[in-house]
Ligand binder design. Structure first.
Ligand code: SAM
Ligand code: ASE
Length: 358
């Protein structure tokens, strides 16, 4: 009998009904996240992208500067997770990127989620260490996780220049995969003068100018963020995009026909949201509108799971929460907006549009 035949199991146990498959998956969920984070951080997918052929574990371990044994186990797990392909020719094993890995996990891809993965690994994962405290206390955990005061939310998030750029890269990267969907969820072509409040890196501003050839967009954000955006994200050559430095809770807002609030309201309490929306209503041209871009919870809060988890993340990281379309409509109504509609995009972020009477 050949050796390989001896290894064939003679008896396969039927899966017992009592095996708690889902709970086992949940217990181990973070092992999957960490395997992905580490593979990205070591540059496994970038090394494979740079090679014309599939590579052995030894070649990959040398290229990323890691132990052979550790790399072999990491690559095996990546094949189990179906983000790497495993090839075997004449007993020699090699690995290559799957299409998904090439598109989303390599640093240089236009659809890269590398920066999002990096922030999840280096910041969100550490904050979530204190999830139990966050739930008990009902507040964010910057003091415990990073030793910074959480008195001013964005001073905590932007606790150093490096952290500011990392947060901006996180914000930027998701719009690679769903920016177009949120700016085209409604026909925004009637609005020529657009102001993106808390516009950050300018990723959504770019999607607006691409989708609507007649509009101009002002990116409104804190002075330091505007500085970083000019330095790292927006090249000066775009005639239709401009910047405005300010504090949207304190300073006067530029007049516009449409205000975009993407992932702003979920950072703040209902009271602060209404305060901000009232300021927008006052500055808005009659006949203008506000576009709220957020991940919407189902009306009864029953899902989607990702949004429910994001709401926990807002507890750990901000002063806000994720909300339902009805809850956003209530905030918009309290500030004076009417004719409020929402659109689910089928991806993570959705859109809510409210109008100011002409
Ligand atoms: N809209 C962007 C997006 O969806 O990718 C960024 C969302 S980020 C969660 C919140 C943004 O609001 C950051 O760019 C932050 O700098 C900005 N921001 C926070 N407080 C602000 C304030 N008081 N005035 C102006 N911008 C503020
Ligand atoms: C914020 C958005 C995010 C503030 C902090 C944040 C995100 C992560 N940290 O406005 C993006 C959404 N992702 C999650 C996991 O919530």
């Amino acid at each position: 009998m050949a050796d390989s035949e001896k290894m064939v199991p003679t008896k396969v146990l039927p899966t017992a009904d009592v095996y708690p498959k889902r709970i086992m998956e949940y217990i181990e969920g973070f092992l999957i996240s960490k395997t992905l984070f580490t593979s990205c951080e070591l540059g496994v997918f970038d090394v494979l992208l740079g090679s014309e052929r599939s590579l052995s574990a030894e070649e990959i371990s040398q290229a990323v500067g890691a132990s052979l044994d550790g790399t072999e186990r990491l690559l095996a797990a990546c094949t189990g997770m179906q983000i790497l392909n495993r090839h075997q020719v004449d007993g020699k094993v090699s690995y290559s990127n799957t299409e998904q890995a090439r598109l989303f996990l390599t640093r240089s891809s236009p659809l890269s989620l590398y920066q999002s993965i990096h922030y999840h690994s280096k910041t969100i994962y550490l904050c979530w260490h204190y999830l139990t405290d966050a739930v008990r206390e009902g507040r964010n955990q910057y003091e415990k996780a990073f030793g910074v005061s959480s008195g001013d939310l964005f001073e905590a998030i932007y606790r150093s220049d490096v952290e500011m750029v990392k947060f901006m890269q996180l914000m930027h990267s998701i719009w690679n995969i769903c920016g177009k969907d949120v700016v085209t969820a409604f026909d925004l072509s009637p609005f020529k003068v657009i102001c993106d409040l808390g516009g950050c890196s300018g990723a959504l501003a770019k999607h607006c100018t691409s989708a609507y050839p007649e509009c101009t967009v002002t990116i409104f954000d804190l002075p330091k963020v505007v500085h970083m955006s000019k330095k790292h994200f927006i090249k000066e050559d775009d005639q239709r995009i401009s910047f405005h430095e300010g504090d949207f809770f304190k300073d006067s807002l530029p007049e516009a026909e449409l205000y975009i609030l993407a992932r702003i309201l979920h950072d703040w309490t209902d009271e602060r949201c209404v305060e901000l929306l009232q300021r927008i209503y006052k500055a808005c041209k009659p006949g203008g509108a506000v576009l709220v871009v957020e991940a919407l919870l189902n009306k009864d809060g029953s899902g989607p799971l990702t949004t429910q988890l994001y709401s926990l993340n807002m507890l750990v990281q901000t002063e806000g929460r994720e909300r339902t379309d009805v809850q956003y409509a209530a905030l918009l109504t309290a500030a004076g907006f009417t004719n409020i509609r929402h659109c689910l995009t089928g991806k993570i972020y959705d859109a809510v549009l409210g109008h100011k009477k002409a």
